[in-house]
Design a protein around this ligand. Structure first.
Ligand code: G3H
Ligand code: 13P
Ligand code: ZN
Length: 297
């Protein structure tokens, strides 16, 4: 049985830590994430994007998540990452996801509100929690001016309005974070994050996307300012590539995929474990289970 993101994140907020949302799109990534969660005794969110679902087959990914959840016993949420169409949401619900993200950030504000509100209605009717996004995550390749950068970020007053009008359980914010590798040190606007956190209070939970490459001290600061879900994909992909590349360089004649994938899985396991420790969710599996079953005093 999967947990919802909100269940895990609420407990994380009380405990002062964050839950890692790790993207997966195949068996090797999924098994590496589960191994890390199991050894760290940590709750996790498995993030599945629409293109990952298309690549692997949505039911294959959910079946792997079910097996991993049963085998490890850690609390797991299976979450739709960056659903941009209602089709994505419906397919995720049908496949058994416990949480969805509707990303309407490419639309003008009022359209984002309207569509996200509808997504919340659908998600809640299915008994799962919903994440929305406000503000645009600027691509690392995009050349934009300082004022454009400012305009792409989440406005604290608008964040409160968005949360109240849509009813989202969680909000992904734009505070200088971006998907992919950063060029140089990321410049996160912590004052903005603090203002968003204060405005929203306990009306919604706050999410940080594009966390690959953000220095550890900035991640800790973001958690201290209210972030309870942290998305990682690029660093896992990089670990995968590194493992395969190094192995092939040293063993150019090997053709057995199991041998080729093994070092990649080891590298992914190491990076996911490291992030789990950084986010502070190590050893939180049992209290998280107790919390969602209502046994925490
Ligand atoms: O932020 C998006 C995630 O990194 C997933 O990327 O759409 O290539 O699966 P993807
Ligand atoms: P990174 O690929 O930059 O880690 O971002 C992941 C993400 O935000 C997935 O939604
Ligand atoms: Zn993202």
């Amino acid at each position: 049985m999967f947990r919802t993101n909100a269940e895990l994140m609420k407990r994380a907020r009380e405990g002062g830590y964050a839950i890692g949302a790790f993207n997966t799109n195949n068996l090797e990534i999924t098994k590496s994430i589960f191994r890390a969660a199991s050894e760290e005794k940590s709750p996790i969110i498995l993030a599945i994007s629409p293109s990952a679902a298309k690549y692997a087959g949505i039911d294959n990914l959910v079946a792997m998540a079910r097996i991993g959840t049963e085998e490890t016993g850690v609390p797991v949420s299976v979450h739709l990452d960056h659903g941009t169409e209602f089709e994505h949401i419906i397919q995720a619900i049908r496949a058994g996801f416990s949480s969805i993200m509707f990303d309407g950030s490419k639309y003008p504000y009022e359209k984002n509100v309207e569509l996200t509100k509808e997504a919340v209605k659908i998600g809640h009717a299915a008994g799962i929690t919903v994440e929305g996004e406000l503000g645009r995550l600027v691509g690392v390749e995009e050349q934009i001016s300082v004022s454009e950068r400012e305009a792409s970020m989440t406005d604290p007053d608008q964040a409160l309005d968005f949360v109240e009008r849509t009813g989202v359980d969680a909000l992904a914010v734009s505070i200088g974070n971006a998907h992919g590798w950063y060029k140089g040190k990321p410049l996160l606007d912590f004052a903005r994050l603090e203002a968003i956190s204060k405005k929203i209070g306990d009306k919604a939970l706050i999410v940080l996307h594009g966390a690959s490459g953000i220095p550890d001290e900035d991640i800790r600061r973001a958690i201290s300012l209210g972030i309870t879900k942290i998305n990682i994909d690029t660093e896992t992909r990089d670990a995968f590539k590194r493992g395969v590349a190094q192995f092939m360089q040293e063993n150019p004649d090997v053709i057995d995929p199991r041998k080729i994938m093994k070092p990649a899985m080891e590298e992914m396991f190491k990076i996911v474990s490291k992030k789990i420790r950084l986010f502070g969710s190590s050893g939180r599996a049992s209290e998280s289970i107790a919390y969602v079953t209502g046994r925490v005093a």
